[in-house]
Every structure is written in structure tokens, then in C-alpha cells.
Design a protein around this ligand. Structure first.
Ligand code: PHE
Ligand code: FE
Length: 292
């Protein structure tokens, strides 16, 4: 398969479980919140060199394809030179939006993940992929987590959205809404597109850490591009091992925040009575926005 993407730090959990594969990180030293020491000094020169190659490729792809907020955040983080020291990046982030980074061995359980987000802590995997995984990695590594996710945490509105999402996760666990809420994460935080005066741009981390999807999501005529509708997103299945068949488009981060503000409790109840939709669905009356 040549359509490759970085899977996501949360939903890959589901995939991993269903494939029964063991997780790759070292969980032995993790505390109760799954937090570890990054041990930044232990990265090898080869690993820093691989980071620089990954960073360089991606940094060339994002201008004109990522939204301005992402590009600004990326510059601010200044992480081109090598694998970032998470403590330093965390201090910078904390000053900007009150978020912190915590080092984790890899994927963490849903409850742990949501609890970190709800407290404005973003879990970043400590290990880096191997050179053989340059184009494709199954589990999220530090490149996906840091390059893909951290830049937008410097944006105040997006930062608030992610915290609200974490709180919503804790609630969804109680209400049996986890799958619905997971799809919202997938189609916004991982694979979201945004309209800008200059045209369509990407803001999802799964896109922005991918060598191929960042171009595909904007310019391929294959996938559908549909204006964000929260309930529709929550019914929509997704593919984890190919490029997305549908992208949902937001107007701006404020709109994303506002559309997700209402209590999801009645939505979860309603969706229990409605069928899920395949990833390539276009409902009657829905407009495929095309490549704009
Ligand atoms: N409105 C959601 C709820 O009641 C909370 C939420 C906010 C969810 C932001 C996602 C993103 O659960
Ligand atoms: Fe992710």
C-alpha cells in the first residue's frame, strides 16, 4: 500500500487492540499517569539526524498547505536542529497558552489521555521511528506528536478546544459516547481542513506530519471535502491505513469551538439509534466542496 499516513495517538489504541499487536514503547518506568523522563541526552546523533531529515521534508511541504496558525507555532518552537527537549518546549508553550508537554512511552489508555488533555497537558511519545519508517509509521512517534500536534497548542483558541475535548472524553466514557467522540478527534485534530482567504489549508496533525497526505488532502479530486457538522462527523467511520476518503472543513477555530460547545449528551443518545456512515459517504443535500 503506498497511501501512507501517520496514525493518531489516541485512535491507534483501538487499532492496536483489535490487531492484538504489542505496543512498542517501554512502559516499565512510567508513573500512574504514564509519564516518563524523556532522557533527552540518550538520543543518538543518528536519531537527531533522522529528525532533521523528517523535519526538513515536512517544513518544505507546509508553506501554502498548513494554516498560518500552524506555521507560526512551528517557527516559534524552533525545532529544526534535532529532537526537541520536551522540558524546554513545554516551558515555552506554558508561557504562551498554559499548556505543558509530558513525555510518555507511547499510546496511553483513553482515561489517562483525556485526563492529561483536560488539565492542559499534551502527551508526547519519547521514541523516534527508525530510518526504514521515514514515510510510514503505524504507531505515533515523537515526530508525529511534536511536529503534528504541538504547533497549534500555541494558538489560544485551538488550545482551549483541545482542553474541552479532554473534558468531553471523560464525560463520553460515562455516557458510552467514546466512539462518537473519537471520530470528532479524528476528523478535526488529526485530519481537519480549514478555509482561509488564501484557500483551503490543513490543520490536522495526521496530515501535517505526513509526507504525502499534506498535498493529497488539498489537491486530489478523489476525497470528499464537506463543511463540518459535528453530528455528521460523529457518525462517520474512518480509515486508519489509507489517506482519508472524506475531510471535514472548518471556517476558523472559533467556529470549531462554538460548534462543539453544546452538551453532547443528547447527541450520543440520538446517535445510538442511527446507523454509522461509511468513510466515503456523501449524503443527499451535502455539498462536496471540491478542491476550492
Ligand atoms: N460539548 C461537548 C460535550 O458536552 C464538549 C466538547 C467541547 C467536545 C469541545 C469536544 C470539543 O461533551
Ligand atoms: Fe496524533
Amino acid at each position: 500500500m503506498d497511501s501512507k499516513l501517520s496514525t493518531d495517538a489516541f485512535f491507534a489504541t483501538v487499532a492496536e487492540k483489535s490487531h492484538g499487536a504489542a505496543l512498542r514503547g517501554d512502559y516499565a518506568k512510567a508513573d500512574a499517569d504514564y509519564v516518563v523522563e524523556q532522557e533527552w541526552q540518550a538520543y543518538t546523533p543518528e536519531q537527531h539526524a533522522l529528525w532533521r531529515r523528517l523535519y526538513e521534508r515536512q517544513a518544505k511541504l507546509v508553506p501554502g498547505r498548513a494554516c498560518d496558525e500552524f506555521i507560526e507555532g512551528l517557527h516559534h518552537l524552533d525545532a529544526a536542529a534535532g529532537i526537541p527537549d520536551l522540558k524546554r518546549a513545554s516551558a515555552l508553550l506554558f508561557k504562551a497558552t498554559g499548556w505543558q508537554l509530558v513525555a510518555v512511552p507511547g499510546l496511553v489508555p483513553e482515561l489517562t489521555f483525556f485526563t492529561h488533555l483536560a488539565n492542559r497537558r499534551f502527551p508526547v511519545t519519547v521514541w523516534l521511528r527508525t530510518p526504514e519508517e521515514f514515510d510510514y509509521i503505524v504507531e505515533p512517534d515523537i515526530f508525529h506528536d511534536f511536529f503534528g500536534h504541538v504547533p497549534l497548542l500555541l494558538n489560544p483558541v485551538f488550545a482551549d478546544y483541545l482542553q474541552q475535548y479532554g473534558k468531553a472524553g471523560l464525560k463520553a466514557l460515562e455516557l458510552g459516547g467514546l466512539e462518537n467522540l473519537a471520530r470528532l478527534y479524528w476528523y478535526t485534530i488529526e485530519f481537519g481542513l480549514i478555509r482561509t482567504p488564501q484557500g483551503l489549508r490543513a490543520y490536522g496533525a495526521g496530515i501535517l506530519s505526513s509526507g504525502g497526505e499534506v498535498e493529497y488532502c488539498l489537491h486530489s479530486s478523489v476525497p470528499r471535502r464537506i463543511a463540518l457538522d459535528v453530528e455528521r462527523v460523529m457518525r462517520t467511520l474512518y480509515k486508519i491505513d489509507t489517506y482519508q476518503e472524506t475531510y471535514f472543513v472548518i471556517q476558523d477555530f472559533q467556529q470549531l469551538f462554538e460548534h462543539t460547545a453544546p452538551d453532547f449528551t443528547p447527541i450520543y443518545a440520538r446517535l445510538k439509534t442511527l446507523p454509522t456512515l461509511p468513510a466515503d459517504t456523501l449524503l443527499p443535500g451535502e455539498q462536496n466542496l471540491g478542491v476550492m
